[in-house]
Design a protein around this ligand. Structure first.
Ligand code: PEP
Ligand code: MG
Length: 582
């Protein structure tokens, strides 16, 4: 087996060594071939066996559902099982195999296309969406036919051990799929496509496992079961490494782990510069269970809780009670530390379901985040009520994403007021003084930051989107990933304007995009005046270490000078000097 390496964009640092597991989009792999008449019965048998296996897998999954799993998960599996019993899926393909003398994968795919077409013609939107169930069931059948490993959970005792030696290799992974990895312990994941601040990449960082995107053809070049090394820090994958290379990386892996352990020493140390400026280091989370790593990281609060992940991989929106329970859990676990909960930011690359395809041409410019919530006020109302009720149990702050106009802000505030009023009527307790903040992630909001600062309690800069919208670069598109640059002078100017606005109105300001957790940018950000950074828990200690060795007076001077530069290369050089000079 020859050894080779592939280069991509490292999105989550660290080194993983393990066996490749190809995550397939089975539908893409279906080919059509003709069978001789003697093979037809055998092919039909192969199809019948595949249906049996899928049924068995689904039954095992259902049996093993955790007690606290949402009830609809069980219903979801039952629907899939019922579909497998339906003749249109279990019998009709056999006829196709017989009549067209074709392979089973092709037959079931033909049948699926037919059924999907019928669903597409249905007027009722809810029923029409059920076509995704058909596609998912057929995907399972095809995976079994293609000989992919069984989809049922591995029942052996050493499941975790197996996972920790498994590296997922996919063409793409949707945020909705990636969020499910939180229940697993894979060693790493790598994908052919994706940008550095795509939500999938963000999830990789939050899982604290090495990850590389934009590898272009990893899915084609790597075989299932091959040994691979993933070096997330430099974006390199080594396939079938030699003994020497393997030994070298095992050593590097040990060193990396040692460094991480050493950082633990500063866990309880306050993040203060040499000359006494304190910086708040907060954590970004996606699901309530993340509070465990937040507590372990020494973060002094949660700066961004992305609530949309609670809404993913399901058909029904979570109701008020379910949301309340999740928010209350986080608020209580943080024991009085601030917990900034962002209202729903669905849309663009964050769809409720991995199969939901947005119909608009530019989803990132579409009905996303606060725009979506304002168009569905009952969803906003439910979330506000849940947030307010949970505010009684801790220090919750509400954050509105993707604001671009004051009208959106004012409408949101009216809805928040209505939610408060409804709770008052019921006598339900909540924090009457709850703070409300806005994300500054659209250039219009940064340019107009003064106006937002005047009407809000705090601002939070979402640099992931701010960069995307300022530079007109799709954050999920690897083809333009090289142009995505946080140090573009226009981006820095917008950040600076926001800092000035927050200072002018004396309100809180945080930065919660990926820039906040990048140690190469820590000194720039604090030198610009940022006093609160929010990032994945896994970045907190290394960012803190940068702060502990920084001298604010010198940084201020240097940064002031570099902010006058208009040349990206010169800015990059000066930012590098901030870290090497002192
Ligand atoms: C951002 O845009 O920087 C941000 C923090 O929000 P998200 O990454 O969830 O879009
Ligand atoms: Mg954003």
């Amino acid at each position: 087996m020859s050894s080779f390496s592939i280069h991509g964009v490292g999105v989550s640092s660290g080194i993983a060594i393990g066996r490749a597991h190809l995550v397939s989009n089975a539908l893409l792999e279906v080919v059509h071939y003709q069978l001789t008449p003697q093979l037809i019965n055998e092919e039909i048998q192969r199809f019948t066996d595949a249906i049996k296996t899928v049924k068995h897998d689904l039954e095992v999954i259902r049996e093993q559902l955790p007690k606290n799993a949402p009830a609809e998960l069980d219903a979801f599996i039952s629907t899939h099982l019922a579909m497998l019993n339906d003749k249109s899926l279990s019998e009709a393909p056999k006829e196709i195999i017989r009549n067209e003398q074709c392979n089973a994968e092709w037959a079931i795919k033909q049948q699926m296309d037919d059924i999907v077409e019928q669903f597409d013609a249905i007027e009722d939107a809810y029923l029409r969406e059920r076509k995704h169930d058909v596609v998912q069931v057929v995907e399972r059948i095809i995976k079994v036919l293609l000989g992919h490993p069984s989809q049922s959970p591995n029942q052996t005792k050493d499941k975790q051990q197996q996972e920790s030696a498994t590296i997922l290799v996919a063409h793409d992974i949707s945020p909705a799929d990636a969020i499910q990895f939180k229940q697993h312990q894979f060693a790493a994941f790598i994908t052919d496509v994706g940008g550095i601040t795509s939500h999938t990449a963000i999830l990789a960082r939050s899982l604290n496992i090495p990850s590389i995107v934009a590898l272009q053809r990893a899915r084609d070049l790597i075989n299932d079961g091959e040994i691979i090394i993933v070096d997330g820090s430099v974006g390199v994958v080594i396939v079938n490494p030699s003994k020497e290379v393997l030994a070298e990386y095992e050593l590097k892996q040990d060193q990396w782990q040692l460094e991480q352990q050493k950082l633990q020493r500063i866990k309880s140390t306050k993040a203060v510069t040499i000359d006494g400026t304190g910086i708040e280091l907060h954590a970004n989370i996606e699901v309530p269970e993340d509070v465990i790593s937040v507590k372990a990281s020494g973060a002094t609060g949660i700066g961004l809780y992305r609530t949309e992940f609670l809404f993913m991989n399901r058909r029904e929106m979570p109701d008020e009670e379910e949301q309340f329970t999740a928010y209350k859990h986080v608020a209580e676990a943080m024991q009085g530390m601030p917990v900034t909960i962002r209202t729903l930011d669905l849309g663009a690359d964050k769809q409720m379901n991995p199969d939901s395809v947005s119909n608009c041409a530019n989803p990132a410019l579409g009905l996303r985040a606060v725009r979506f919530c304002l168009s569905e006020p009952h969803i906003f109302h439910t979330q506000f009520r849940a947030l307010l009720r949970a505010s009684h149990y801790g220090h919750i702050k509400i954050l509105i994403p993707m604001l671009s106009s004051l009208t959106e802000l004012r409408q949101s505030k009216i809805l928040l007021e209505r939610a408060k009023e409804s709770l008052r009527k019921e006598g339900a307790p909540f924090d009457e003084g709850i703070s409300i903040g806005g994300m500054i992630e659209v250039p219009a909001a940064a340019i107009n930051a003064d106006a937002f600062a005047k009407e809000l309690d705090f601002l939070s800069i979402g640099t992931n989107d701010l960069i995307q919208y300022t530079l007109a670069i799709d954050r999920t598109d690897d083809a333009v990933a090289h142009l995505y640059n946080p140090l573009h002078p226009a981006v820095l100017k917008l950040i600076q304007m926001t800092i000035h606005a927050a200072e002018k109105y004396n309100i809180g300001l945080s930065i919660c995009g990926e820039m906040a957790g990048d140690i190469k940018l820590t000194r720039l950000l604090i030198g610009m005046g940022m006093r609160q950074l929010s990032m994945h828990p896994s970045n907190i200690l290394s960012v803190k270490q940068q702060i502990l060795h920084s001298q604010m007076t010198r940084l201020n001077k240097q940064v002031k000078k570099l902010l006058h530069l208009s040349d990206i290369e010169k800015i990059e050089l000066q930012v590098m000097h901030l870290h090497t000079e002192f």
